[in-house]
Design a protein around this ligand. Structure first.
Ligand SMILES: Cc1ncc(COP(=O)(O)O)c(C=O)c1O
Length: 492
């Protein structure tokens, strides 16, 4: 049986990886059912015109992930232990940010599900070998690097982060930086330091579900301000600021999650002026800023801040490897000290070994080199997603045009036939994040967040085909009348 694998020989993705992706695709779309026999290594290599080592590597990876099983003397088969039940367990959970984050984090481990639910970089693109070399170079310092270390963070890493920040227009000293174990921890420290339960915090509507979870976990009252194509709608934000006297406004100005949109320079300046007028802080999450596909992001809010209104946080989770758990925060002086105190009360310090590895990797400009390699790949995936949406979605569906980052925000009619769409896609082996968990106030529409960072072009096309067909079927079954015009583009 031919699996109709198409290889891109001049592409950036290794041949074995392309084979892995496409075999997974055939499995999750049930074109290869559990128990189906795969070609022998020799046959497959011949059919695709690649070496046997390439096929062996692909089969090894598929086997490690549990997608296929090899039995000596019998052959290679699609795993019988596909886990539709595990997928259903996920889909039966409550729709809260907490539950959905939990699902998104574990979904990659479920064999038979392809996930476009997670705003993650692609592990297949991680420069693992180069990074591991930095580990070998640290052998002679090993004892110091597995001892307790400074709560503020490795001084070498803080020097490198200060250099990175300069590229975002932010001039700070290494001493002004607090290393954290990611933006999630930065947000948690900021919230604990600035807010008491019941205090108000403003966020964008829609916004990153993890931020909503942090804020809610600390008992804060969260209020959403709508977005337009240039950023938060400032007249509404001003009204909300007067009404609720928020402790801060949490914003993702560059390549926002979940919309992929970028706040214009003019809106950034006006937002700063507004925060100053009404005396609330801005918490700027800059995590996606270097992942720009069309033009660089405007300067960070922190770079434009003349009066100390901005707390800036970012991490290496999107530009590099999320499992390192390395981020940082830059706050105005009195707050910096309070954050440090709260950090000591939380987990003392980030692991010194990963901090020093990161510092060395940054010092040799490893991150810039990595970004130069991966940005064209992510751009190609973004383009493939937009083309597939254009081709496959019914005209009642609209979506944002992400200019960076990993996320695209789909808007669907609020019709009961679509209320369990993300569960229906799971039954077909595809995961998308349900939109309601990105919203503070309910929307008049349904939404999905579709992520394109960690899947190849072919997989993205197949996922959108499945999604488009399902939406169409649901709407046809429900005989939906009065469709919205196709150029209708509200965000929520
Ligand atoms: C906007 C935003 N902020 C923060 C995070 C989490 O960051 P970290 O891994 O640094 O905790 C994410 C992850 O999806 C995100 O999209």
């Amino acid at each position: 049986m031919s699996l109709a694998i198409q290889l891109e020989r001049t592409g950036h993705v290794a041949l074995y990886q392309q084979i892995v992706e496409q075999v997974k695709d055939r499995i999750s779309s049930h074109r290869l059912p559990p128990g189906a026999r795969l070609p022998t290594i020799r046959q497959f290599a011949q059919e695709l015109g690649v070496t046997r080592v390439t096929i062996q590597n692909a089969y090894n990876e598929l086997q490690t992930g549990g997608w296929i099983e090899a039995t000596t003397g019998r052959g290679t088969f699609v795993s019988q232990t596909m886990q539709p039940n595990a997928a259903m367990r996920l889909s039966s959970q409550q729709l809260t940010p907490d539950a959905v984050i939990g699902d998104i984090l574990q979904i990659n481990e479920i064999v038979g599900v392809r996930s476009m639910a997670s705003a993650s970089p692609d592990p297949a693109l991680f420069p693992v070998d180069e990074f591991w070399n930095t580990l070998n170079e640290l052998r002679h310092q090993a004892s110091a690097l597995v001892s307790y270390s400074s709560s503020q963070g490795d001084p070498f890493l803080r020097i490198e982060v200060a250099n990175q920040l300069e590229e975002r227009g932010i001039r700070v000293l290494p001493d002004d930086i607090l290393i954290t174990s990611g933006v999630t921890q930065s947000l948690s420290l900021i919230t604990q330091t600035l807010c008491r339960p019941g205090d108000s915090v403003l966020v964008e509507q829609p916004t990153y579900l993890g931020a909503l979870h942090v804020l809610k976990a600390h008992g804060v009252q969260v209020i959403g301000a709508p977005l337009d194509a240039e950023g938060p709608e400032l007249d509404v934000l001003e009204r909300l600021a007067i009404q609720h006297r928020p402790r801060f406004f949490y914003t993702i100005p560059s390549f926002q999650n979940p919309t992929g949109l970028c706040m214009s320079l003019a809106r950034r300046q006006a937002l700063l002026a507004l925060a100053e007028r009404h005396n609330f802080l801005l918490v700027e999450d800059d995590i996606y800023a270097p992942l720009a596909y069309d033009q660089p992001a405007p300067p960070a809010l922190k770079a434009l801040d003349r009066t100390g209104m901005v707390i800036h946080t970012s991490s290496f989770s999107k530009t590099f490897m999320p499992g390192l758990r390395l981020g940082y925060v830059v706050a105005p002086p009195p707050l910096h000290q309070n954050l440090l105190t709260m950090r000591r009360a939380t987990d003392l310090c980030s692991p010194p070994l990963s901090q020093r590895m990161m510092a060395n990797f940054l010092a040799t400009r490893g991150l810039q080199k990595h970004l130069r390699r991966v940005l064209p790949i992510y751009r190609e995936r973004r383009d493939a997603l937009l083309a597939a949406l254009q081709h496959r979605m019914p005209h009642t569906v609209t979506w944002t045009k992400p200019v960076g980052g990993f996320c695209c925000w789909l808007t669907l009619p609020r019709h009961h036939a679509l209320s369990n769409l993300h569960q229906l896609t799971l039954q077909q082996g595809w995961a998308f994040a349900p939109g309601d968990v990105f919203l503070v106030q309910p929307s008049t529409n349904y939404h999905l967040r579709v992520c394109f960072g960690n899947q190849g072009v072919e997989t993205i096309r197949s996922g959108i085909e499945v999604l488009g067909n399902l939406i169409r079927e649901c709407l046809q079954r429900a005989d939906l009348r009065n469709p919205q015009p196709s150029d209708w583009t509200p965000l929520v």
